[in-house]
Design a protein around this ligand. Sequence first.
Ligand code: NAP
Length: 343
Amino acid sequence: MPQSRQVQNELIDTELIAIPGTGLRVSRVALGTWAMGGWMWGGTDEREATATIIAALDQGITLIDTAPAYGFGLSEEIVGRAVATAGTRQHAIIATKVGLDWHDGKVYRNASRDRILREAEDSLRRLRTDHIDIYQVHWPDPLVPIWETAEAMLTLYQQGKIRAIGVSNFSVSQMQQFRQIAPLHVLQAPYNLFERSIEMEILPYCRQHGIVTFGYGALCRGLLSGRIQSDTTFPEGDLRRLDPKFQPPRIGQYLKAMQQLDQLVRTDFHRRVIQLAVRWMLDQGIDVALWGARHPAQLFPELGVNGWSLDKTAMARIDRILRETITDPIGPEFMAPPQRVPE
Ligand code: NAP
């Protein structure tokens, strides 16, 4: 159900969605704060990051997604500070994650009970809060049985330290095992116009079981923003230097798709490709789109996501453009962190 808000002299309808079994209602467009942590995004500007979070909350975005691994605590600290500064803790819904560890700047999976219980306390402190609204296991850990991870999450839930349980990057079979031990309210997975593998099994499973879906990488790491050209360069430490989609000759295919999609949405809907990317996800049936931004101005196009929708004909034309332009597709697997070396 939409909620109307006065934004920059305009009345904008913010789409909201309820998370079954939790009492939480979140905006369908959420702010992702990975890039704000700097790690894998070539550094951060904390003042800009704080201003972006405050702008998002002003704009009607109520859900902020972060993680300890984003800048080794820095992203969570920025979120905690911004929400406290804006005095909006009771309106902001904070989603963070658990189950990764780091040594010497390298990140590893660790979803053991000890790690989860310790990490929850660290996140509460960094976020300056007494509860986390949505707590998500960041990646499955092949060295820890899923029942152990689920039991630790259940403990935190029963203690009232977390209000909803989520997992991220889990398969259907991993979710099935998890749900034998603990309730599962949210799944977070990669999803955007160029990365659609969850349509096969994961989205139908979540729909069937009332698990709310968060799609990450809504703009495919900026590729769908309209800003990226074949000669765009990225700073040292920016993951897009490694992302196989951003390397020639493949980048040419993705940019061609992006240009044709932009043409379609300009002509038929008077919007731009950045707005199409997010509208498309929501109309495809993902519940929440995670939009990564680190400057307040990067969020202004989000207002153009509301108040229109894609019909079946437009959806079919989009599918045809993707099929005809991207002949050598590749997924986001390069981002998966390694497991620990067994002791
Ligand atoms: P994204 O949303 O696809 O892209 C973010 C990037 O797009 C920004 O850093 C910015 O890059 C660019 N951008 C954003 N708005 C723009 C605008 N108006 N104009 C031009 N460029 C714009 O990617 P993401 O940050 O990877 O994903 C979103 C969120 O999902 C993350 O922040 C995180 O919360 C979550 N996530 C979760 C996982 C997981 O494993 N669970 C993995 C990845 C992401 P530049 O300014 O640098 O160009």
